[in-house]
Design a protein around this ligand. Structure first.
Ligand code: HEM
Length: 196
């Protein structure tokens, strides 16, 4: 029998399982957008990434978010995306910040989507290098690993997710936040790739 205070499934496992369809959807949007077909197409992806990272870093100022994820300062790729847009000669897009009013525990779901995307970014980074001649110093900073390495920074994030500081009763709201963050990234990809 499950005790309500000690869930049998961790928050990180629930996030992965319950948002798997959203992740698949991102794959399909990326396939349709075909960002590695040209630097111009790739710049559209970076524009979406920049706006999403702006939404994410907006959450970093919230003391409750900082308490839940103590190493926030080593995370986030807003500036990297902005620098990539400059490298690519692309305009910095403007849009209202979509995460205004988002707070804990939903904010943690938004961070999950951004931090998890650094894992898949390993594949995208290779494509950006091989097909577009970009690098961690030019054009593909937003896809490069954090200096400490992807796996280590991800493991630390998972430890924050699964810490006892995030009460079981909050888990559903974290998952709802992750779904909204995926929705946002999906909208950005659709808009910037000009998909219907
Ligand atoms: C074509 C594009 C993408 C590919 C090929 C891809 C690939 C992957 C792969 C292989 C992993 C698992 C890595 C591992 O377990 O070591 C992963 C994890 C993840 N990706 Fe993606 N991804 C893509 C796009 C995205 C996008 C656009 C987002 C969200 C903005 C995203 C969010 C995530 C999340 C949240 C995880 C962590 C899943 C978990 O373990 O809980 N991915 N991705």
């Amino acid at each position: 029998m499950n005790d309500i205070t000690s869930p049998s499934v961790s928050l990180s496992s629930r996030l992965k399982g319950e948002t798997a369809a959203q992740h698949e959807r991102m794959h399909r949007l990326m396939e349709r957008g075909n960002p590695f077909s040209s630097r111009e197409a790739y710049a559209r992806f970076v524009a979406a990434q920049y706006l999403f990272q702006r939404d994410i870093e907006h959450l970093f100022a919230d003391p409750a978010v900082r308490a839940a994820v103590p190493d926030l300062d080593s995370r986030g790729r807003q500036q990297a995306s902005r620098d990539d847009l400059a490298d690519l000669g692309a305009a910095v897009p403007e849009a209202p910040i979509a995460s205004v009013g988002v707070s804990m525990p939903a904010a943690l779901g938004w961070l999950y989507v951004s931090e998890g995307s650094t894992l898949g970014a390993a594949f995208l980074f290779k494509e950006a290098q091989a097909r577009l001649g970009l690098s961690a110093e030019f054009g593909a900073r937003n896809l490069a690993a954090y200096p400490e390495g992807r796996a280590q920074v991800w493991r630390r994030f998972v430890a924050s997710l699964d810490s006892e500081q995030i009460p079981f009763a909050d888990h559903d709201q974290v998952i709802a936040g992750a779904n909204l963050a995926y929705d946002r990234f999906g909208e950005l990809l659709q808009h910037h790739f000009q998909l219907n």
